[in-house]
Design a protein around this ligand. Structure first.
Ligand code: FES
Length: 161
């Protein structure tokens, strides 16, 4: 077993050697959408590794390609579904914002101000900034996200993990 710290989520947790970060985060109640089903094709499991990056499995070519699409990519960026915990001493933080996987998910928020940025599920760009009012017309514009997610899901069906 190894220990791992999750910024803002309480005490360090014990994880199995080679356990994927994604499983750890889900077990801890992190709000991750896993839009591609853990295949390394989207941004919805994007995390920042703030310590111990070398104690995770190396970035795979597929993960690198997906990370390159991320608008807010940093040297600390990893995809939680691709990174496995090899040693103790890793610390992980979730990016700020909510990844959108379907435009309809915003319907219940019409007329309210976004409390956090709403992000594109594949490239992480800001679709609605914090404080902006969520309108029906903006939700209609965001139907592009539905197409992007459908295409990504189709692609993910043809890929093995
Ligand atoms: S769940 Fe899509 S890249 Fe990890």
């Amino acid at each position: 077993m190894k220990n791992l710290e999750l910024d803002g989520m309480g005490d360090p947790v014990l994880v199995r050697t080679n356990q994927r970060l994604l499983e750890v985060l889900v077990d801890q109640g992190a709000r991750l959408q896993m839009a591609c089903g853990g295949k390394g094709l989207c941004a919805t499991c994007h995390v920042h590794v703030t310590a111990g990056a070398e104690r995770l499995s190396p970035v795979t070519p597929r993960e690198r390609r997906s990370l390159e699409m991320l608008v807010d990519r940093r040297p600390s960026s990893r995809l939680a579904c691709q990174a496995k915990v090899l040693e103790s001493g890793v610390r992980v933080a979730l990016p700020t914002g909510r990844y959108l996987t379907a435009s309809a998910d915003l319907e219940g928020l019409v007329g309210r101000r976004a409390e956090e940025p709403v992000l594109h599920p594949i490239d992480g760009r800001v679709l609605i900034a914090t404080g902006k009012i969520i309108t029906r017309s903006r939700i209609r514009e965001l139907v592009e996200v539905d197409y992007d997610v459908a295409e990504m899901r189709t692609r993910s069906l043809t890929l093995r993990r």
